[in-house]
Design a protein around this ligand. Sequence first.
Ligand code: C5P
Length: 296
Amino acid sequence: MAKTPPGSRASWPTDWPTDVTIVERAPAKLNLALHVRARREDGYHELETLFAFVEDGDELRVDVAGEAGFTVTGPFAAGLAGEGGNLVLRAAAAFARDVAPLPPLSIDLVKRLPVASGIGGGSSDAAAMLRVASRIAGIPADDRRVHAVAAALGSDVPACLTGRTALGIGRGEVLRPVSGLAGTPVLLVNPNVAVSTARVFAAWDGVDRGAIPEGDAWSIARDGRNDLAVPAKLIAPVIGEVIDALDRLDGVTVVRMSGSGATCFALFDAGAAREAGAAAIRGAYPGWWCLETVLT
Ligand code: C5P
């Protein structure tokens, strides 16, 4: 697997500026609801999920100059140490192969989100890379070839590519925009336990508990479920403690696990309630990771 991004000076226009640094945010993804409907023949599961995004997350810094390179920095960089074939490099390679050539890129991934935590860090990083690559190549990021590359990289990557609140069906890659909830204060909490998505899906009991609710983002978040919470708690029982701790906070409107866990979130009716909630969680559980942020 490539350890540096693809790219060739020779195949790139000589008038491309060589002093450009592109900074692209890779926001955390939340599944405000996630209904698992069926196991598929291909090993995936048929889903209905409401994707949403927050203001904070990882960041990509891409220098379109000189040498190709890849570094990972930031508080969760160690979580990716020794990992071959980072999704960011795979995204750049797939774009260069299937969409358009890229110049040599020097990429720094600032990893601020916990790894394997149900908030789409890797998927959002890959999607950010595809947005940067599209910009460099002068191709709209909603081009169907870019979407196809995203879907091949992972089920959540197309949603992360758009970065908008959307209903995801199929594997999660078929998207329909949904309005509502922008600006809602949210607290993310992870008990510092990495959980394998494949393991959690495999532990799902196969029972279809019904369709995701109809309506705007608020009614789906309020009335929806996360069907992966029960299997995730079998693998990491501490998730139950996180949910209970968030449920006890004042001013909470929705508490749920995101994706396959272990990160859980609470939506609040006001920013002050979120601040008080975050302070209470940090005081009682100093080892847990907390992020106070806002839905976009
Ligand atoms: O698509 P992605 O590579 O992110 O998925 C990781 C794993 O999660 C898959 O290998 C599969 O085990 C599981 N998964 C699933 N059904 C989905 C999405 C993911 O079973 N809709």
